[in-house]
Design a protein around this ligand. Structure first.
Ligand SMILES: [Zn+2]
Length: 276
C-alpha cells in the first residue's frame, strides 16, 4: 500500500510497516465501539477485530492503537510460518495498480506535472489520460530558482517562510519552457483585492465524530488585508480577530454559515460554507 499516505496518519515505523509487501486497511467505528485491521501479504490474510461483545465503547483506542499492533504481530508470525520470510523487492506487486492509472512525477509543492526546475518531486498515481499541465510555480531565472505562488497561497507562503521579500522579477524576463505565462496576470490584480483565502467560498466540511473536537477547527485567513487586525464574524456574530497576515481558528459548528472578514481600512470579504 501507499507508505507515504499512511505516514500522514500513522507516522513512520509504526505498527503497519513490514519488511515485506502488505496491503492493509484499518477502521474505527463511530464513537469507538470497536476497531479492526485487515490485510494480506503474498502468502497470508490476517484480520483483527478489537471490541467489547456487548458493544460498549472502547476507551482510548483506535485502529492504530487497538487492532493494528496485534495485526502486526500476527502477520509477522503467520508470514514466517507460511515460509514467506523475507520477500524479494523484485517480486511483482501484490496489488495490481488500477487500470488507467500510471505513476507520474509531480512537483511536491504545486502538485502539477514536474517541470525541469522543480526541486522536489514525487511519484503519484494519476489517470493516464489526464491533463499534463507543467508546474507553473517553479521557474529558472538568471538568479536561480524562482517560486511564484498563486494568490490563494501567498499568505501561507509568507507565514511558513517560503517567501522572503526580495526584488520582484518581471515574468517577461523568465524563460519557462512550456509554462503558461498567463498564470501571472491574476497575481498582480489580486494584490489589491481583499479576499478570504480560507475557507474557500462554497466549501463543505464534515465533522468527524471519531476525532476530538479541538482538532476540528477551521483556519480563517485573508489575503491582501490592510496591515493591522482583521475582524471576523460568523453569521453576523463576532468570533474574534486575527493579524492581517495570520489566522483565526474557528471551531466547526454544524449548519450553513456566512463568514465575513473586515480589515482595518474597512474593506469586507465574505465566504459561505456548510458544515455537516
Ligand atoms: Zn514545481
Amino acid at each position: 500500500s501507499d507508505a507515504e499516505a499512511r505516514e500522514y496518519v500513522f507516522g513512520r515505523g509504526a505498527s503497519l510497516e513490514f519488511p515485506f509487501a502488505v496491503a492493509v486497511k484499518t477502521g474505527t467505528s463511530q464513537a469507538y465501539h470497536d476497531n479492526w485491521t485487515i490485510g494480506y501479504s503474498r502468502h497470508v490474510t490476517v484480520g483483527v477485530w478489537v471490541g467489547n461483545f456487548d458493544r460498549t465503547p472502547l476507551r482510548n483506542s483506535s485502529g492504530v492503537t487497538g487492532a493494528a499492533p496485534i495485526f502486526h504481530a500476527v502477520m509477522l508470525a503467520a508470514e514466517r510460518r507460511a515460509g514467506g520470510a523475507a520477500s524479494d523487492p523484485n517480486d511483482a506487486p501484490i496489488v495490481e495498480p488500477p487500470a488507467g492509472l500510471e505513476a507520474r512525477e509531480i512537483c511536491a509543492l504545486s502538485g502539477q506535472e514536474a517541470n525541469a526546475s522543480c526541486p522536489t518531486r514525487r511519484l503519484e498515481w494519476l489517470p493516464a489520460d489526464g491533463p499534463r499541465l507543467p508546474c507553473s510555480w517553479h521557474h529558472l531565472s538568471d538568479e536561480g530558482l524562482l517560486t511564484i505562488y498563486p494568490p490563494p497561497y501567498e499568505t501561507w507562503a509568507r507565514e511558513t517562510g517560503h517567501v522572503t521579500p526580495g526584488p520582484a522579477t518581471a515574468l517577461s524576463e523568465i524563460a519557462v519552457p512550456g509554462a503558461r505565462r498567463a498564470s501571472a496576470a491574476p497575481r498582480v490584480s489580486a494584490r489589491a483585492a481583499f479576499a478570504i483565502t480560507n475557507p474557500p467560498d462554497g466549501a463543505t466540511y464534515l465533522i468527524d465524530p471519531t476525532l476530538r473536537r479541538e482538532f476540528q477547527a477551521l483556519r480563517l485567513t485573508v489575503s491582501s488585508a490592510a496591515p493591522g487586525r482583521v475582524e471576523w464574524r460568523v453569521d453576523g456574530r463576532a468570533v474574534g480577530v486575527s493579524p492581517h497576515d495570520g489566522l483565526l481558528e474557528w471551531p466547526l459548528a454544524t449548519g450553513r454559515h456566512r463568514i465575513t472578514a473586515r480589515d482595518r481600512s474597512g474593506r469586507e470579504a465574505e465566504a459561505s460554507i456548510v458544515v455537516k
